[in-house]
Design a binder for this molecule. Sequence first.
Ligand code: NIG
Ligand code: FE
Length: 424
Amino acid sequence: MTCADLVVAGLEELVTSSGPTPRTGPAMREIGLLEKAWIAGRNGKIVFVGREKDFRKEVELTDRAVIIDGAGLVGLPGLVDCHTHLPFAGNRAREFSLRLQGYTYQQLSAMGLGIQTTVQATRAAGREELKQLCRKRLQTMLLNGTTTVEAKSGYGLNLEDEIKQLEVVRELAGEQPVSLVPTFMGAHEVPPEYKAERKAYIKLLINKIMPEVKRRNLAEFFDIFCEPTVFNLEETRELAEAALKLGFKLKVHSDEFVPIGGTELAVELGARSAEHLINITESGIEKLTGSRTAAVLLPGVSFFLMMDKRAPARELLERGAIVALATDFNPGSSHLLSMLLVLQLGVFTLRLTVEEAINACTVNAAYAIDRHQRCGSLEPGKDFDLILCDLPSYLSLAYELGRNPVKTVIKGGRVVVEDSCPVF
Ligand code: NIG
Ligand code: FE
């Protein structure tokens, strides 16, 4: 007999997303759906997923076991947000209003607004202030069903402030329920004080900041914004190779605006993911096809920047790329925290099916941050990260717009959201 300390009984539907990970091609439409399902866990890990009959045969309860009634609810794996710029201060509402008057994101950046504005605000923010901002954001994410979040630095752009951002992420990882995966993104932009000597900034990153972040073990991934106006292909290669040598895993922001070979380079260097891909070319798609590099698509960006162009999600899927979705939460190009909204944008703007969008927000998102052994699907041995939604069926995750259906969130076997309110 297996022993359980937490059980959710009689869910109308349970989306397990169990099966091969990462998922590609036709397997993207398989979500491991169970009806009238029971799921149980012990000490934070899942021990049983199945029907009541088998539960009665195989599982016994500990003395203090908690049983949650799943009647009328749809369960699914805690959502994984595999690309965010979580730790920043300030906001760019003024810039947003200028965009509504006709300026483009890139024009604003050339005028000294854009990322630079957020760099100023983030450098000026105290550690506690920054932490409090992030704490609130993480709570919103959790209330919307996100239980694992990747968080990038990249608004400090000097040793002290990059470390400040990453330390805030580390401290928060121990203080609130959402799991955090830290990424060092000192190569997000060239800071204003180095604009005239960009080579010196690249040297500073490679010789000083990167090794210090590594020495303090503050980040698992290294990420670069590969764009002709930010870091060109040659600079991206130099930075990426240095990061790999130090033992960072690699991510690349590529083909967001102008394709210069960033996706191809990401695959060549064995990056875990290439992200954005709005303007990916045939050669980029070709390289991703059959590779182990995930295509992380961020539909919030095309939407928020009101671009006509979107990442070619259907083609990527049909050619066999590993497609994941994420918010890209940041103050300039995607100011949104909800993975449920991303799932819906995946369906409505990228033409994914609901099943494909679910897998892109769960198993494949977990793969994109190397957490697929722990989360992203509901199977014995994995973390007990489960969300319960007040919906008639999983299809309504996309069909019902503008309402947060998340009622309960279980993170690591602990109920952290109950009746849509935080209880941690
Ligand atoms: O992923 N592309 C680069 N970085 C962010 C935007 C950051 C900002 O505008 O502050 C992104 O879109
Ligand atoms: Fe980004």
